[in-house]
Design a protein around this ligand. Structure first.
Ligand SMILES: CC(C)(COP(=O)(O)OP(=O)(O)OC[C@H]1O[C@@H](n2cnc3c(N)ncnc32)[C@H](O)[C@@H]1OP(=O)(O)O)[C@@H](O)C(=O)NCCC(=O)NCCS
Length: 213
């Protein structure tokens, strides 16, 4: 079965995570770009275009309007945002991928190049920036505002009216209490409970959240 051609940027686990949702959204992976130090070779049965120089060359010949998704996960939100801007500037078209089991409330706003995975929830009047990942079963409640490149990990729960700054990563199963604000560039560890606002970038763990490192 063939679909609308799409290029993935990133040849690691997130490419495999996206494989099913890409296909079920009517796309077909035409090329994979990878600029990590370790060459990937092949991913998803596609030969990977390796290194920034080869990628720049490939982009010169890529068709304008070709769709893309950024398959860079974990706490690499800044890298995901940067690759999103690069491909956008090159004339490619961001695809926002939403799993068929995800629930997006009426009135929620979703940015460009977002990935909303299986059973994720987005509450009413929530706003997501660009290149956001809501992982499996992540829940973002009403009126939350998520910056660019935020990643909310599997089964993490973000209560209503929470603000999360650009590129912050919320670990698996973390909970964020209502009306809290979390600074940009934070890593919130797995299972952490954020009860008060976090104003400084850093890594936070535990219940209630405390800074480490
Ligand atoms: C928070 C995190 C990033 C810290 O990783 P790290 O910088 O390598 O830190 P370390 O493993 O060296 O741990 C440092 C200390 O914090 C503690 N710690 C680490 N993660 C913790 C967590 N989630 N909850 C409570 N304590 C934690 C460790 O026990 C250790 O304590 P100690 O100094 O008393 O021994 C990581 O543990 C984590 O939770 N990652 C989230 C992974 C995830 O959810 N991925 C989803 C992928 S989609």
């Amino acid at each position: 079965m063939s679909g609308t051609p799409l290029v993935l940027y990133g040849a690691g686990s997130q490419a495999y995570v996206l494989d099913e949702i890409v296909t079920s959204s009517g796309f077909q992976v035409e090329a994979i770009l990878n600029d990590t130090e370790v060459p990937a070779g092949f991913a998803l049965g596609v030969k990977v275009i390796e290194g920034r120089a080869a990628i720049d060359e490939w982009l010169k010949n890529a068709s304008v309007g070709l769709h893309y998704a950024i398959s860079i996960g974990a706490h690499h939100g800044e890298a995901r945002s940067e690759r999103h801007r690069l491909l956008r500037r090159s004339g490619l078209q961001p695809a926002t991928l939403v799993h068929r089991t995800a629930w997006i409330s009426k009135g929620a706003q979703i940015g460009e190049a977002c990935q909303i995975l299986a059973f994720a929830f987005v509450g009413t009047r929530a706003r997501l920036g660009d290149a956001v990942i809501l992982n499996t079963r992540a829940s973002i409640d009403h009126e939350c505002i998520l910056g660019h490149g935020v990643h909310v990990g599997p089964s993490a729960t973000v209560a209503g009216r929470v603000g999360i700054g650009d590129h912050t990563f919320i670990g698996t199963g973390a909970s964020v209490c209502p009306d809290v604000t979390i600074s940009a560039n934070c890593i919130i560890g797995a299972g952490t409970v954020v009860t008060r606002s976090i104003h400084e970038p850093g890594t936070y763990v535990g219940s209630p959240a405390r800074r480490i490192g």
